[in-house]
Write a protein that binds this ligand. Sequence first.
Ligand SMILES: [Zn+2]
Length: 482
Amino acid sequence: MSLIRRASPLAALMLTLSAAAPLPAAAAPALTPAVLTEARALRERARSDDTAYELVRSLTTEVGPRLAGTPGDAAAVAWAIRTLKSLGFQNVRAEPVTVPRWVRGEARAEIVAPWPQPLVATSLGGSVGTPVGGIEAEVVPITTFDDLKSMPRERVEGRIVFFTFRMERSRDGAGYGKAAEARGRGAAEAAKLGAVGMVMRSAGTSTSRTPHTGAQRWSDGIPPIPAMALSNPDADLLEQQLASGKPVRLRLASTARWDGEAESANVVGEIPGEGLADEIVLLGAHLDSWDLGTGAHDDATGVGIITAAVKLAAEARPRPKRTLRVVFFANEEFGLSGARAYAAAHANAIERHVLGMESDLGAFQPFGLTARVASDRLPLVRAMQSVVEPLGIEYLGTEASGGADLGSLRELGMPVLDIKTDAAPYFDLHHTANDTFDKVDPQLVRVNVAAFAAIAYLAAQAEGGFGRLPAVARLVGPASAR
Ligand SMILES: [Zn+2]
């Protein structure tokens, strides 16, 4: 303390800098120089490889929308098995998952007073339909889901609740969780207060007339009401009419309905390791998608990125010691059915899951690596990060969640890493009709493959692994649904 106080400003600055400097890779003996050199070469090979981009093209072109329980979902499972086998993966299999089946049908929303106009709307996942001929009622605007709690019943009863909250666009996608609150539970809570319908501003940042769908949740015992999302420009229009102070009336018509359950599957494939084949490095993405677009960024790119990353890592020498396993999870979008089924089926092998990573934020510029591993393994993570730093990936701390599909495995103690990518453009497309292949940039796909391939390879080689998560580190804050 006293030394620093007496030192010159320059010396103090140098002390600060050296204290903040990252640990050199040499401080992590878990990785040999040969492995680090090969990981860098693998990273560069991946930057000129279009395996992932071609997989995205194939899945979006030949299968397209693949909402859980639909014929597209079954076609995606068949596509995945065929594709993994053709790429040389072993132990390729479909592990059965039961999924709910919901039928979107047709949705119409229109302002009937004071100035009649049609609106562009889509039903929220799991919404019931309206009676034939639709419903008509006065609109009551409410900003956020929380604001609904303080609304007196007489302001809501017999009306259509309109959630107006607008999602903020940001690199970390933090605005999505808040915007999706009304989508998840808004209709159920409005129904408790006697509302006859619910519309919301889309939980996305697109300025196109492309409404954003997504799942909602119902508590038992409340008769469901129809729920729709309006595109951002249509929500603006409705707000403009409300701003006149005149009563605004909406008519909603929808043929959405539930249709029981269906059989789907998690698709698993692996490249067995050499030496530590019993230990698994798991790379996950989800195979299902919403039905409005072709699920290009959500999550065909994830499927392509992890598959290509494992294929390229398997070709590296020295060969990966641990088994590299890809899991294409069923029904992430509509209840995480595949994630739960995988965790239940593999709980007795959880100790063999050395590390998990997920790609489910599209193929955009990566900027960070976060970790959730045993604390004494952080120097290893820093050494791994140094290999992907030339891709623009900084070390950003210990707040990794593993993503939606790996949450159940993390809660069982599996360490996870997150590669963070720019979420701002993602939420312009996510869950809308605009999530299509033309929005996928091959260059950004390659950068993501390079990051996943290098990290997965290093994870498969690292001596001593990543430890286990202590109970206190297994839970993260409210997981943002993807
Ligand atoms: Zn997703």
